[in-house]
Design a protein around this ligand. Structure first.
Ligand SMILES: Cc1cc2nc3c(=O)[nH]c(=O)nc-3n(C[C@H](O)[C@H](O)[C@H](O)COP(=O)(O)OP(=O)(O)OC[C@H]3O[C@@H](n4cnc5c(N)ncnc54)[C@H](O)[C@@H]3O)c2cc1C
Length: 326
């Protein structure tokens, strides 16, 4: 048996999505009584400090390798698969981030394990995870039975985020990278950062997203201003991305990214199923749309029928007023 969590870091900080996976696996272990819990993180100098936030029980293996500060598919696969084998873990968990989507099938292939992508998992007394996932853009929920002994689960974000577990304390262990030929690793080229100073949409607590109804790239300034007032970040629908108003990294939805903010404000977004697939884990959804019949209102907790150009500045003004009075 045994649970193994692949943790992801950026700039020496464990990603929020990874922390959530670690906490969920701690809950699984509580329910099932599983004692073998391992985590693994790869990064540059000082990355061991980043796992100080991981509570609960078990052991986190840390590979420090300056060349591996950034994700490198083949090297990461070699290292992680090797350590999973050494730990004898059967059930491997990873966050369904961009890196997770790329890495999970590679690890599964290497281990001869089944892989369930973008899934939810529950664990019973038998310690074996039961996975479910959605198909047809979130319209149908499917239970997935893994036939192999080993399995890799890519966990999607959930609205009900797990709390930080208490426990005996996590042991942090520095380990060898175990890769023999660094020269064979594919080189890291460069990272392209579109929105300096703002949080990534998958990490942010507040996301202000715009669709075709925003009306043009220049009008996204209104959304950025509101996001600044709220301490949030800006996302987009596919239409806004297809129009070239926003980069693809901002796209939320089935062919974009899944987000799990506490507050999601959809501005001029109709609420197509493919968009909603990316916001199922959002806690509170506010929709601003001039069409009172727009499907987004069915998914929203609060709806404002009105023009984005009028409503957004007024909302920002109200937010700044509240912050000033406080
Ligand atoms: C295989 C596949 C994958 C897809 N993946 C994604 C995905 O990942 N993410 C995604 O978003 N979409 C995705 N789509 C596209 C999706 O089906 C929709 O076409 C898209 O989400 C629509 O974007 P939108 O809501 O911005 O635009 P529209 O559907 O054009 O809606 C614009 C909305 O803005 C409102 N509006 C217009 N002007 C204003 C105004 N001034 N003030 C207020 N409201 C206004 C309108 O009433 C309307 O509701 C996918 C489609 C397919 C087929």
């Amino acid at each position: 048996m045994g649970y193994f969590v692949i943790l992801e870091q950026k700039g020496g900080v464990v990603k929020r999505a990874s922390l959530d996976v670690w906490n969920r696996v701690q809950q699984f272990a509580r329910t099932s009584g599983e004692k073998s819990i391992y985590g693994l993180i790869i990064g540059g100098e000082g990355v061991e400090r980043s796992v100080a936030d991981c509570g609960g029980d078990g052991c986190i293996l840390v590979v420090v390798e300056p060349e591996l500060e950034h994700y490198m598919p083949s090297a990461y696969t070699d290292i992680i698969a090797g350590h999973i084998r050494d730990c004898g873990s059967d059930h491997v968990f990873i966050a369904n981030t961009a890196m997770g989507k790329d890495l999970a099938p590679r690890i599964a292939m290497r281990l001869g394990a089944g892989h369930v992508s973008d899934c939810m998992v529950e664990v019973g007394k038998d310690k074996v995870p039961g996975a479910s996932t959605t198909v047809y853009s979130g319209k149908v929920s499917a239970l997935v039975k893994v036939l192999t002994r080993k399995a890799v689960y890519s966990l999607g974000p959930i609205a009900d985020r797990p709390s930080v577990p208490s426990g005996d304390g996590v042991e942090v262990k520095m380990v060898e990278s175990k890769v023999l030929q660094p020269s064979a690793w594919n080189p890291y080229l460069k990272e392209i950062v579109y929105l300096k100073g703002r949080k990534d949409i998958t990490e942010a607590d507040i996301v202000v997203a715009g669709g075709r109804g925003v009306g043009g790239a220049e009008h996204f300034a209104l959304l950025e201003s509101l996001a600044d007032a709220l301490g949030g970040t800006v996302g987009a629908s596919r239409s806004a991305v297809d129009e070239g108003w926003r980069p693809h990294s901002d796209q939320i939805g089935q062919t974009g990214r899944s987000v799990a903010p506490k507050l999601y404000i959809a501005c001029g977004i109709s609420g197509a199923a493919q968009h909603l697939a990316g916001i199922v884990a959002a806690e509170t959804i506010v929709a601003i749309n001039r069409d009172s019949e727009a499907p987004i209102f069915k998914a929203a907790d609060y709806g404002i029928v009105g023009d984005v150009q009028e409503v957004v500045p007024r909302l920002e003004h109200a937010v700044r007023e509240i912050v000033r009075v406080k």
